[in-house]
Write a new protein. Structure first.
Length: 324
């Protein structure tokens, strides 16, 4: 973990930057504190907040609570941590709201196509068996007891929280900083971002919206973020090539394989990063027609970017992305 203190222009607070490795990527935090505040306890607690998410929800750690639930017998109540219960509850609710477009029960497909912990080579035989096969949604195969923090599987299922866990990690980082009395911060985890308060001179945090480019990282625009979070789902970071077609890492329950539509990315602003993360994935799966329609109906702020013959096209829903 690295730590870099930088003086704030008004001299009343000190600006700090912390970052480190977790969940196979990096996390970062920029925040302001009184000049005499000891930062080492903040740094340790910040790492612990994201490490907890990794230990509970990783599909790359066989000993994680999520993998323990995946391996558990069906039709038995399994005790799980409160944080995992919270994430599963939101995931199932968004799954119901989108008729399974957001589905955490596709971990077997993620592995078959080479995007999971079981290896990077697609498994042709397994893929052929799954394509076009009807699948029950996660909310049809998993029950939760929110009061006792336990889960009940109705059928064998391989849960994968890659579309929501990092967003929850961002929320955990913000909660951690708030616990130290910090009121102004911007935190990030693999591109998912959350903000509280403002940066210098009472200005919102300036956050770049990434252009969905296969070759390079570049912004397509900038939004102001204050007491909100933003997350993006896209087809341009992880993919496999089948012939001359690139197939995204995002899976579609309806087809039993990778998502195939014109959307290159979807960005969502929401009160929590967990919600933004999950909704960005859900709307990406729903596509360039149904996705914007649902987002508009729910009063969301979302940016849809499609790939067209003549380049990229933007569909803005809500006011936040109007200037992107």
């Amino acid at each position: 973990m690295s730590k870099t203190p930088i003086d704030n222009p008004d001299q009343s607070l000190k600006r700090h930057t912390l970052n480190g490795e977790t969940m196979g990527t990096r996390y970062s935090a920029i925040f302001f504190t009184p000049a005499d505040m000891e930062i080492d306890p903040v740094a340790a607690a910040l790492f612990a907040s994201v490490d907890l998410v990794d230990c509970q929800m990783s599909t790359w750690k066989p000993q994680s609570d999520l993998m323990r639930l995946n391996a558990a017998p069906i039709k038995e109540w399994i005790d799980i941590p409160a944080e995992l219960t919270q994430v599963l509850d939101i995931a199932l609710n968004i799954g119901r709201a989108t008729n399974g477009a957001f589905d955490i029960a596709l971990g077997d497909l993620v592995n078959l196509w080479g995007f999971g912990a079981e290896g990077s080579t697609p498994q042709a035989d397994g893929i052929a068996k799954q394509l076009g096969r009807a699948r029950a949604a996660a909310y049809e195969t998993l029950e939760l007891d929110l009061d006792k923090n336990r889960a009940f599987k109705l059928a064998p299922v391989h849960l994968d929280l890659s579309g929501i866990a990092k967003g929850f990690g961002v929320d955990q980082m913000l909660d951690c900083l708030k616990g130290f009395g910090i009121k102004n911060a911007l935190v990030g985890l693999d591109g998912e971002l959350g903000a509280i308060g403002t940066k210098e001179k009472n200005q919102p945090w300036a956050v770049a919206v990434e252009k969905p480019d296969y070759e390079a990282r570049a912004p397509i625009g900038v939004i102001g973020l204050r007491d909100a979070s933003v997350a993006t789902s896209g087809d341009y970071r992880h993919w496999v090539e089948v012939g001359d077609v690139r197939l995204s890492h995002t899976m579609n329950r309806q087809t039993g394989g990778p998502l195939q539509n014109r959307l290159a990315s979807v960005s969502v602003v929401a009160p929590t990063c967990m919600e933004a993360d999950a909704w960005a994935t859900a709307l990406m799966v729903m596509g360039e027609v149904a996705g914007p329609a649902l987002a508009k109906g729910l009063g969301m702020d979302a940016l849809f970017i499609t790939r067209e013959v003549d380049g990229l096209r933007q569909i803005e829903v809500g006011s936040v992305f109007g200037q992107v």
